[in-house]
Design a protein around this ligand. Structure first.
Ligand code: HEM
Length: 143
């Protein structure tokens, strides 16, 4: 499976950089969507209805996440041993799982409607986790 994907990425020298570009576009959609929603939950732009904002921000974030996931798996397949040896990559995967659980908890307990103190902390936690994911992504080639 990984070998097949690796062959696909190795088909042309432009495939890997193109995947990296799509990975960054996905990151922009994911982080941009979450940033506006999390800032709203932290009390910014109080005129905006959180549920209405979420109707735009959440699909953008989910589409961005899907793009990151697909391109990430393909880039990983291209040099799996090397990437897996990086602690930054393994920490990044752990943080993504943690961020997913935090998002699930946020939505399950109806935090958008409640807009309580915990929702603000969950939003701050979400932003911190995703910034750490981005940093770990950048560190893969280094550590
Ligand atoms: C879902 C959210 C994700 C975010 C926000 C994210 C973020 C990043 C960032 C910022 C980079 C550095 C890009 C650059 O330096 O040009 C990166 C690289 C990379 N990411 Fe992700 N990533 C995500 C998911 C994934 C997943 C799920 C995988 C694999 C299963 C993955 C595998 C990789 C690989 C292999 C690299 C390239 C490392 C290199 O060539 O130096 N990413 N990611």
């Amino acid at each position: 499976m990984l070998n097949g994907l690796s062959g696909l990425v190795g088909w042309h020298p432009w495939v890997y950089p193109a995947l990296a570009v799509l990975h960054l576009i996905g990151l922009g959609a994911l982080f941009g969507g979450l940033l506006v929603l999390d800032l709203r939950m932290l009390g910014r732009a109080a005129v905006l209805d959180p549920s209405a904002l979420a109707r735009l921000a959440v699909p953008a974030a989910l589409a961005g996440f899907t793009l990151c996931l697909l391109t990430g798996v393909l880039m990983f397949a291209a040099h799996a041993d090397e990437v897996w040896a990086s602690w930054a990559f393994r920490v990044k995967l752990g943080l993504i799982v943690l961020a997913g659980l935090n998002a699930l908890w946020f939505h399950r307990r109806g935090a958008l409607r409640r807009q309580d103190g915990l929702a603000g902390w969950q939003s701050l936690f979400s932003l911190t986790l995703w910034i750490a994911v981005i940093a770990c992504g950048r560190w893969i080639g280094v550590a």
